[in-house]
Ligand binder design. Structure first.
Ligand SMILES: Cc1ncc(COP(=O)(O)OP(=O)(O)O)c(N)n1
Ligand code: 3NM
Ligand code: MG
Length: 539
C-alpha cells in the first residue's frame, strides 16, 4: 500500500455512490467561482475542512475540538452545527437539536461560497440530518468525506436517535472516504457484536468496510488492559495495526472528534489516507501527553489542549526567533579522525570552515574523551559566537549543556528530541536525522527545529548508512513541516545538483569529508559555498 504524501485522493468507489465526489474543484472551473477581491493578489490555497457536528458547551469535544484541531494542524475550519449540547466534564445535561431546514441552510451557506476540501462529520442526531447532508454533498462535491460515527458521548450519553444507525450505514458510509468508529461504536454499527481483541477489531473493520467506505479505522483506545493504544486501519485489502502509547490521563474528552478532524485537516493538506491517519494519531497522543496534568472542571473526564504547540515556544513559534533556517545553507560537521589525519585541531578546523563561509557548525567528535571534548567545545563556542555562527554538538547533551552550545543534533538511535528539548529548554536549537516522513513528523511533534535528511549519496564517513537518493530526499522534504538540510556524500561535484532540486524547505547541505578530510579546509569551504550560491541563483 502506498503511503506517499501529497497525492490526490482517488476514488475507486462504485460510480453510483461516489462519482459525484470525484471531481476535485481545483481541476475544473467552478460555477461558484467568485470575483477576485484583489485583482493582483495571488491565490493562496488554504486547506479547508467543514465540520458538521454538535456544539459542546464545555469546549472539549464536538465543533469546538474540530476547530481547534484544524487550527493546530494548519487548516481552516468552517462549521455547520447540528445540535447544541449542554455538556461539561461530568457528562451531557441536555441536547437541543437544530431544526433540519436550518442545517440545510448552514450547509448551503458554506458550500455555495467557500472552497471546502474535506467534510468531517460528528454528531448527526437524526435520519433527516444525515439525508440533508448527503444531498448537500451530492450538490457540492468535496475532495473527501471523513465520518466519525458519533453515537454515544465519552461519558456514555446517547447522542443520536437509534433509527439513524441504518441510514448512517446505508447512505453516509457509502459516500465516506473513511469511517472512524471506536470499539463501542463499531459494535453498535454491527448489531451489538462484542469486541475484545485486536482480531475482533479486524473483523469489525472488514464488516464495516462492506457498507461502502474506502477506508475504516477501528479505534482501540477503549480496549482495556494494554499499555498501547492499538487502532486497526483497513483499506479493503490489508489490515494495518497502528500502535501508540496509552497516555495515563483523565483528560481525554474529545479525542475521537479530534482524531477525525485531524485526519480531515491532513487530507485537506494533500496527504494520503494512511499518512493522514498516522499524523492525526500522533497529534492526539502528543496533545494528551502535554495536557495530562491540566485541570478544567470537576467531572471525571476533562478536555485537553489542542494548541499545546503555541504555548510552549520550542514546539513552534518561538523557534523562529532563536533559529534562522537560512543558517542551514552550508552546515559544516567536524570529524575527529579527519582532523587528526591532517594535523588540524578542532578549533583550527572550525575557524577555517567559518572563514570559508560555513553558516552553522556541528562538532561530531565520535572518538573524543569527554574532558578533552568539553575543552575544545568551549573554545569553539567562543569562535562561533564571535562570528555569529551557531554551534551544535552531535549526540552529547551533557557537553552541549556544559559548554553552553547553541544546540544539539541527534539521530534516531540517540536520546529522543523530546527529551533533549526537556533538557535544553526552549532557547536551544535541536536537529534530528530523519529518513522517513514519519520520523520527520515525530521530529516536529518533539519540538525539533530542523531535520537532517540522508544519505543523499553513499558515504564512507558513517558506517552502514542507507542511501536515500534524490527521490528519498524529496519524499521526506515534502512531508516535513521543519526545514531540511541534506547530508551524506555531498561534495563540490554534486552539491549544486542538490540545491537545484529547488525543494522549498530544503535549506542547505551538511558536509563532513568534503570539508574536513582535506588539507585546506577554508578553501574547500569557500569553493563549496560559491557552488551552492550559484546553484541557488539558477533555481
Ligand atoms: C545535520 C546532520 N544530519 C544528520 C546527522 C546524523 O546524525 P545521527 O543519525 O545521529 O548519526 P551520527 O552523526 O550521530 O553518527 C548529523 N550528525 N548531522
Ligand atoms: C553523519 C552523517 N549522517 C548521515 C545521515 O544520512 O544521516 S550521512 C553522514 C555522514 C556525512 O559525511 P560525508 O559528508 O563525509 O558523506
Ligand atoms: Mg547521533
Amino acid at each position: 500500500m502506498s503511503s506517499a504524501p501529497l497525492q490526490p485522493i482517488l476514488r475507486p468507489h462504485p460510480p453510483s455512490s461516489i462519482s459525484s465526489f470525484s471531481s476535485p474543484r481545483r481541476t475544473q472551473p467552478s460555477p461558484r467561482a467568485r470575483p477576485c477581491r484583489l485583482a493582483a493578489a495571488r491565490e493562496m490555497p488554504w486547506p479547508h475542512v467543514l465540520t458538521v457536528a454538535g456544539s459542546d458547551s464545555g469546549g472539549g469535544a464536538g465543533i469546538q475540538a474540530d476547530v481547534k484541531a484544524c487550527a493546530a494542524l494548519g487548516a481552516y475550519c468552517s462549521s455547520v452545527i447540528t445540535a447544541v449540547t449542554a455538556q461539561n466534564t461530568a457528562g451531557v445535561q441536555g441536547v437541543h437539536l437544530v431544526p433540519e431546514e436550518f442545517i440545510r441552510k448552514q450547509l448551503n451557506s458554506v458550500l455555495s461560497d467557500m472552497s471546502v476540501d474535506v467534510v468531517k462529520t460528528g454528531m448527526l442526531p437524526s435520519v433527516g440530518i444525515v439525508r440533508i447532508l448527503c444531498e448537500s454533498l451530492r450538490k457540492f462535491p468535496v475532495k473527501a468525506l471523513v465520518v466519525d460515527p458519533v453515537m454515544v458521548s465519552t461519558s456514555g450519553d446517547s447522542l443520536s436517535d437509534p433509527s439513524t444507525l441504518a441510514n448512517y450505514r446505508d447512505e453516509l458510509f457509502a459516500m465516506a472516504d473513511i469511517v472512524t468508529p471506536n470499539v463501542k461504536e463499531a459494535s453498535k454499527l454491527l448489531g451489538g457484536v462484542s469486541l475484545h481483541t485486536v482480531s475482533d477489531m479486524r473483523d469489525a473493520a472488514a464488516s464495516i468496510y462492506k457498507f461502502g467506505p474506502r477506508y475504516v479505522l477501528v479505534k482501540g483506545g477503549d480496549m482495556p488492559d494494554s499499555s498501547e493504544a492499538i487502532d486497526v486501519f483497513y483499506d479493503g485489502k490489508e489490515f494495518i495495526e497502528l500502535r501508540g502509547h496509552r497516555i495515563k490521563t483523565c483528560n481525554t474528552h474529545g479525542t475521537g472528534c479530534t482524531l477525525a478532524s485531524s485526519i480531515a485537516a491532513e487530507l485537506a493538506k494533500g496527504s494520503t489516507m494512511l499518512h493522514a491517519v498516522r499524523v492525526a494519531k500522533n497529534f492526539v497522543e502528543s496533545a494528551l501527553d502535554h495536557s495530562k496534568d491540566l485541570t478544567i472542571g470537576n467531572g471525571p473526564q476533562g478536555p485537553f489542549d489542542h494548541l499545546f504547540r503555541l504555548k510552549c515556544p520550542p514546539y513552534n513559534i518561538g523557534s523562529q526567533q532563536r533559529f534562522n533556517q537560512d543558517s542551514l545553507f552550508l552546515y559544516a560537521v567536524t570529524d575527529s579522525r579527519m582532523n587528526k589525519r591532517w594535523g588540524h585541531s578542532i578549533e583550527d578546523a572550525v575557524k577555517a570552515a567559518i572563514e570559508g563561509g560555513a553558516t552553522i557548525v556541528q562538532l561530531r567528535e565520535k572518538d573524543a574523551e569527554s574532558r578533552e571534548f568539553l575543552e575544545a567545545a568551549k573554545a569553539c563556542v567562543e569562535i562561533c559566537k564571535s562570528s555569529g555562527v551557531p554551534l551544535l554538538i552531535n549526540d552529547r547533551v551533557d557537553i552541549a549543556l556544559a559548554c553552553n552550545a547553541d544546540g544539539v543534533h541527534v539521530g534516531q538511535s540517540d536520546i529522543s528530541a523530546r527529551k533533549v528539548r526537556e533538557l535544553l529548554g526552549p532557547g536551544k536549537i535541536i536537529g534530528v536525522s530523519c529518513k522517513t516522513p514519519a520520523q520527520a513528523e515525530q521530529a516536529w511533534n518533539d519540538g525539533a527545529d530542523y531535520i537532517g535528511c540522508g544519505g543523499v549519496f553513499p558515504t564512507t564517513t558513517k558506517a552502514n548508512n542507507p542511501t536515500l537518493g534524490f527521490e528519498g530526499l524529496k519524499t521526506v522534504c515534502l512531508a516535513s513541516k521543519l526545514p531540511v538540510v541534506a547530508i551524506g556524500g555531498i561534495n563540490a561535484t554534486n552539491a549544486g545538483s542538490v540545491m537545484e532540486l529547488g525543494i522549498p524547505n530544503l535549506k542547505g547541505v551538511a558536509v563532513v569529508s568534503a570539508l574536513f578530510d582535506r588539507e585546506h579546509v577554508m578553501a574547500e569551504t569557500r569553493n563549496l559555498r560559491s557552488i551552492l550560491t550559484n546553484a541557488l541563483c539558477s533555481v
